[in-house]
Every structure is written in C-alpha cells, then in structure tokens.
Design a protein. Structure first.
Length: 285
C-alpha cells in the first residue's frame, strides 16, 4: 500500500508512480479527461499520506481531489529531469550529457549535463499531432490501432526521397534522406493510398521533425546522445525506428528507456519522498 505517490497530469494522459511494499516501482496511467477515475483510485488507497504532483493539468486535478488530499507541486521540467536521471541510473546508462526529448502531446526538449539541466526548446509536433493527423487522414484515432496499422505500412509511395529528385545523378546528401514528407502525392497526383501507408508516413513526419530538431540542439550543445521519452513512444516500434534511424544517420546516439512515459511521475514521486526524507536507495525497478 503506497504512502507516497507521484502524479504527472499531462495534456493527454495522467501518469501515477509509487513504490510497492517490496519497494518496486509501480506505474499506471489514466486519460487526463477522466480525472474522476484518478480520484477514485486515490480513494481506494487510504494509505497515501502525501502526493507529489506535476504536469500542465495539475490545477485541474487539484480541483477534483481537493476534498480528499492536498498535493505538493513540482515544476514539470524539474520533475521530468529528476525522473530521467533516476531512470538512466537504474538502467545503468552512463552518460555525462544528453538532449532529453519528451514526446508528449507536444514535444519539449532539454539539455542535461552532470551538473545542470535547461529547457532548450520544443515543437508543437508531438503525440497529439500523430493522433490528429492520423484521424484527419484515415479516420483512425485509436492510439493502439494507429500503431498496429502503421507498423504494417510503407512510406516509399508517399514520401519523396532525395534520390527520387536526383535521378541518375550523385546526391549532395544521403539519397535515403526524406526530401519532402508526403512530397510524392502532389508530384504523382495520386491520393488512393492504403490506411497503413498513410499512417506510417504520418509517423515518419512526426518522428523526423522531432529528431531533426533534437539533433540540431544536440549539435548546438555539443552532445552525442539524445534520450527520447514520452508516452508517444509506447508500443510504437515504427516511430521509434524512424527516430533511431534518423538520429543515427546524423551520427548521434538515440537512447530509449523502458519506462519512458513516466519520467515526470517518477520525478514527482522522488521529490515528495525527499520532502519527507524517505530513503530511496533501495528502490528496484
Ligand atoms: N492509451 C493512450 N491513449 C492516448 N494516447 C496515448 C496512449 N498511449 C500513448 N499515447 C500517446 O502518448 C501521447 C501522450 O504522451 P504523454 O502522456 O507523454 O503526454 P502528456 O504528458 O499527456 O502531454 P504533455 O506533456 O504534452 O502535457 C498521446 O498524444 C499519444 O500519442
Ligand atoms: Mg507530459
């Protein structure tokens, strides 16, 4: 029965992290448009003494749970980086610096060194964009279904590659790079593509925009590593492939963490435990 919990109330999903009786990290998520279920879950766990909270919808959650519990807020970027450092440590990923790219509903990008971390930028292209564009182009808005279909699709009929333009010539950059996402559609004048192919191409667009930006920040900050986190990567092999492939093509290292969606919730949990001076050394994952 948890004494402390961390809650990250994001634009789409509300993530909860807590420790089991045997000190194992437990993780679960609710849709952020159903905060009533979060309240019910808290009510079912009478042992909860203190809640660490983070995320852009914290005030909305506070309003729903105010009669039953108070919450201790930590700024989202601080919680996320605290959680990332912890998850890197438990995964034994030994890096001195990295770009941390949090692909949530939108995407937030940070630079982390041993001593400091700072938010360097972001883009409105994120997990929300993935679902939005998928819905508008194919009518499919269910996250799992989008991933399942995209995994079966191919992009080469829809995306225009550098080598498609430079036919019969040497290419000035790698011919396999995308010259124009969705660029073939207008050139060949066809719109009758399979759902699977459209969805794979939507994921390609989202993944490449995010990776391109992350790589630029990595170059600016002179680091080789990019740690990709956020629930948008959950069960999404195709998107992860796009990001890893693009990052490596540009000579950087892509790092994925098993509990990628929960960095904020874990950070909020660690913060509330530190506030109450609980020892956290013995936590296992
Ligand atoms: N079960 C799910 N339902 C809806 N979206 C999901 C689900 N699982 C993964 N996703 C994807 O994860 C994204 C949300 O990621 P995440 O939970 O990291 O963001 P958030 O914290 O809610 O948003 P933000 O940090 O931008 O406020 C969605 O946009 C969607 O692409
Ligand atoms: Mg978030």
């Amino acid at each position: 029965m948890p004494k402390y919990i961390g809650i990250d109330t994001g634009g789409t999903l509300t993530k909860i992290a807590f420790l089991s009786a045997t000190n194992e990290l437990q993780l679960l998520a609710f849709p952020s448009n159903d905060l009533q279920s979060v309240k019910e879950w808290i009510l079912q766990h009478a042992s909860i003494a203190a809640i660490g909270a983070t995320g852009g919808r914290t005030e909305q959650l506070r309003e729903v749970v105010k009669d039953i519990r108070s919450m201790h807020y930590i700024v989202e970027f601080e919680a996320t980086l605290k959680g990332v450092r912890y998850l890197l440590q438990t995964e034994k990923v030994d890096i001195q610096d990295a770009i941390i790219t949090n692909v949530g509903t939108g995407t937030s990008i940070h630079y982390m060194s041993e001593e400091t971390h700072v938010r360097v930028g972001g883009t409105g292209v994120g997990g929300g964009t993935l679902i939005g564009l998928a819905g508008l182009t194919t009518g499919v808005t269910d996250y799992e279904q989008i991933n399942m279909l995209a995994n079966r699709g191919t992009r080469h009929g829809i995306d225009l590659l550098v080598k498609d333009i430079y036919q019969g010539m040497d290419t000035p950059i790698s011919g396999d790079l995308t010259a124009s996402n969705f660029g073939k559609v207008g050139i060949i004048g066809r719109t009758d593509f399979a759902q699977e192919d459209i969805l794979a191409t939507v994921q390609g667009l989202v993944g490449e925009v995010i990776s391109t930006l992350s790589i630029q920040y990595a170059e600016q900050n002179k680091t080789k590593h990019i740690v990709y986190i956020g629930s948008t990567l959950s069960d999404n092999d195709h998107l992860k492939y796009v990001m890893a492939h693009y990052t490596e093509l540009k000579k950087h290292t892509a790092i994925f963490l098993p509990d990628h969606g929960y960095a904020g919730a874990v950070g909020a949990l660690l913060n509330i435990m530190e506030e109450h001076e609980e020892a956290i050394e013995n936590v296992s994952i």
